[in-house]
Design a protein around this ligand. Structure first.
Ligand code: ARG
Length: 407
């Protein structure tokens, strides 16, 4: 029995039903939360008695994902069915259009919060590794060629800076999701004069309220940008774990072997983290394409906005957790990094700067040192202090963010 069976004669073809049904069980807890908000509006307006409201609240608390059947068109229909008698009253003054947008916003807000908590944890794992290595030398790279000496602490703090910006992007998306379309109805409100949902800001324009999915775009953008960072981190771990670099040994808690080559220890975790970034980007592009041509207001195309978001939440959670284990356990090969960082050529810029201090224009100094490198007469300067790495300001920001999240 559909919510709209009164309008359609007979039964839909099975192929059509299978095509139309939403795969949205993951939304259920958030739809229950949104339905509770709506039930209270009905109670406040006298359209549900105190007893009916109590029955609705109790019924909502008792619903489980396994209660949804193949005969339910979506989780919204299932909730109405499962609430029994009071279910027949609960849809007054709302449509599945404001209902699904409400539930989806609650879902995205929770996913953003979860992402922020997970990223704080990962950043703290990296900080734990970075802080003891403030003076551990390693080569810094441009064009993947050794460039200038840096420290391991400096490098790992750069990863934390990336994650700190991701935290801000998820906080922004969470804020965008934190308003409610409830009251917009199908598109133009209702004549029932219901009060606004309590405790949450209502959206201003009912047409926009049911049609807008920018909050989900913002979330998928935050996911794509974050996965981009996790991919870059993954790529560095992959390089560092090669025999060619030899900067790290993989912990056995986060390494894999080969089914054929007995000697192999592979960085599959980092590789999969690198791979996930492509899929994450695809989800963002997919949603942008889904919404780009839609006329106001709701169109069923919008049912397809959710699977990518569900998958994005799961992928981010798994990727962040696994990379955390990998980074926590990796063994730095400090001696190997120190040897690489001691390459005298890494101080060629310093040699040019010494000539600048002695009065040479920088371009002349550059040419003189480059010539010495070419003809083999280059000698590294001694006693020049390299700048200290940045103050690691992201560390304080991460710790403050974590305290704010109450984790
Ligand atoms: N399952 C639908 C979705 O996810 C719910 C809204 C259906 N609304 C409608 N007018 N058919 O978008």
């Amino acid at each position: 029995m559909t919510l709209w069976s009164g309008r359609v004669e007979g039964k839909l073809a099975k192929e059509v039903w299978d095509f139309l049904r939403a795969d949205d069980t993951e939304l259920l807890p958030y739809d229950i939360e949104g339905t509770r908000l709506h039930a209270r509006r009905l109670g406040a307006a006298g359209l549900l008695t105190a007893a009916e409201l109590a029955a609705a609240e109790a019924g909502l608390s008792a619903i489980n994902p396994s209660d949804i059947t193949d005969d339910d068109e979506d989780c919204h229909s299932a909730i109405e069915r499962l609430l029994g008698d009071v279910g027949r009253k609960i849809h007054a003054g709302r449509s599945r259009n404001d209902q699904v947008a409400t539930a989806f916003r609650l879902y995205v807000a929770a996913a953003c919060r979860e992402a922020r908590e997970a990223l704080c944890e990962l950043a703290l794992v990296i900080l734990d590794r970075a802080e003891p290595e403030a003076a551990t030398p390693m080569p810094g790279y441009t064009h993947l060629q050794r460039a200038q000496p840096v420290t391991v602490g400096h490098h790992l703090h750069a990863w934390v800076e990336m994650l700190e910006r991701d935290l801000a992007r998820f906080a922004f998306a969470e804020g965008q999701a934190a308003v409610t379309p409830l009251g917009a109805g199908a598109l133009a409100g209702s004549t029932l004069g219901l009060p606004a949902a309590a405790g949450v800001e209502s959206m201003r324009n009912s047409l926009d309220a049911v049609a807008d999915r920018d909050f989900a775009v913002d979330y998928l953008y935050a996911c794509a940008a974050c996965h981009g960072h996790l991919s870059r981190i993954g790529e560095e771990l992959i390089l560092w774990a090669t025999s060619e670099f030899g900067f790290i040994h993989l912990a056995h808690t986060a390494a894999t072997g080969s089914s054929m080559m007995p000697q192999k220890l592979n960085p599959d975790v980092a590789e999969l983290a690198r791979g996930k970034a492509g899929t994450a980007l695809g989800r963002l592009v997919g949603l942008l394409a889904l919404v780009k041509g839609l006329p106001l207001t709701y169109n069923r195309d919008l049912q397809d906005d959710k699977p990518g978001v569900f998958a994005a939440r799961k992928d981010l959670r798994l990727t962040v957790a696994a990379l955390g284990v990998m980074i926590h356990g990796l063994e730095l090969q400090r001696e190997r990094m120190a040897v690489a960082a001691a390459d005298p050529l890494l101080l060629a810029t310093d040699a040019a700067e010494a000539l600048v201090e002695a009065g040479a224009p920088f371009r002349d100094a550059h040419e003189i040192v480059a010539g010495a490198v070419r003809d083999g007469s280059y000698v590294a300067p001694v006693g020049r202090a390299r700048p200290a790495p940045g103050p690691g300001g992201a560390a304080a920001a991460i710790r403050a963010a974590r305290a704010r999240l109450g984790a």
